[in-house]
Design a protein around this ligand. Sequence first.
Ligand code: HEC
Ligand code: HEC
Length: 300
Amino acid sequence: MGASSLNRFRVAAALLLAGVGAGCQGANDDSASIVGDSIASVAARRVAEARFRLPNDSSIPSGMLGASVRRGRALLDATRDSLREHVGNDLRCTSCHLDGGRRPDAIPFVGVYARFPQYRARNDAVNVLADRVNDCFERSMNGTPIAAEGRDMKDIVAYMAFLSQGYAVGGVVEGQGLRSMPPLAPDMARGARVFASTCVACHGADGQGTATAPALWGERSYNIGAGMARLRTAASFIRYNMPYGNPTLTDQQAFDVAAYVNSHPRPDFPGKEHDWPRGGAPPDVPYRTSPGRNTEPPRQ
Ligand code: HEC
Ligand code: HEC
């Protein structure tokens, strides 16, 4: 990970993949950055990345705060069993935020506490960390939000803050988010072959998961509004993380298999058409949005 990853959030607008995204396309691709047009992505243009580092478990404080940190981590690892009424699929937070949110290039939670608040074009609002957590509950987990002031949210945030100690607010951390990918057009037939040779052992021939790994499509997977339902998001995650523990695909193979995975049906996300209310939905968003309903000029 070197200087090139300074550009990790700047994905070329040329990444137009015919037939994959029916989403509206914006001239300004800032909103396409993988973690939103955040303070961090602005800072990325002029601030060096802070090194990725993991605190030792031995530095978890004692007492109530430490208990909260530990419980937050447990909730991310056992999300479905712990928060059953808020999870509508078979995933856990750490199905994607690998290793308890401790793995670079797998949307780590290291430093995430310092990346919020941020403006997100997807909902045209300033989001705090709890809002972002609930976005993943509603979309990635195909579930419902947890109470912003409740104990579960406090514990999840406490764990994220623990992983973020020492990072400057608005700074950029090595390995944050997902790595940017070159703009490549996917080939579905090749993707099916990559899937058969490289993924079925763990995710099953029907993509419905095994005892080893979760489902990749269908009712037990992330819904259509999830970040992972976007081609380049999935391509980057797969390129740098799959096969699990031994990522070996080329960029092209990652695009091919990501397109294949995301070509299958998955749960709907009602209201998805209200995303990016000011327009500018990234080209790989796999649904139509209705920008222009909001005609007021942007708030200052
Ligand atoms: C060696 C087993 C293994 C192989 C092979 C493998 N995966 Fe995974 N994959 C996993 C595991 C395990 C997880 C979840 C990690 C966790 O829960 O800690 C996962 C998670 C995922 C996720 C995010 C969670 C989800 O289910 O949506 C995607 C997407 C994914 N894998 C795609 C792929 C693709 C595509 C391939 C083939 C290129 C592949 N994986 C190959 C084990 C594997
Ligand atoms: C299917 C994969 C998946 C699962 C499961 C998932 N997420 Fe995410 N999450 C993502 C992706 C992809 C992003 C970043 C891309 C985006 O913004 O859409 C993200 C972003 C985030 C961020 C912001 C990260 C940053 O660096 O700014 C937080 C916080 C977060 N998720 C929390 C959670 C929590 C808590 C859960 C469980 C309730 C969860 N996620 C489950 C895929 C997932």
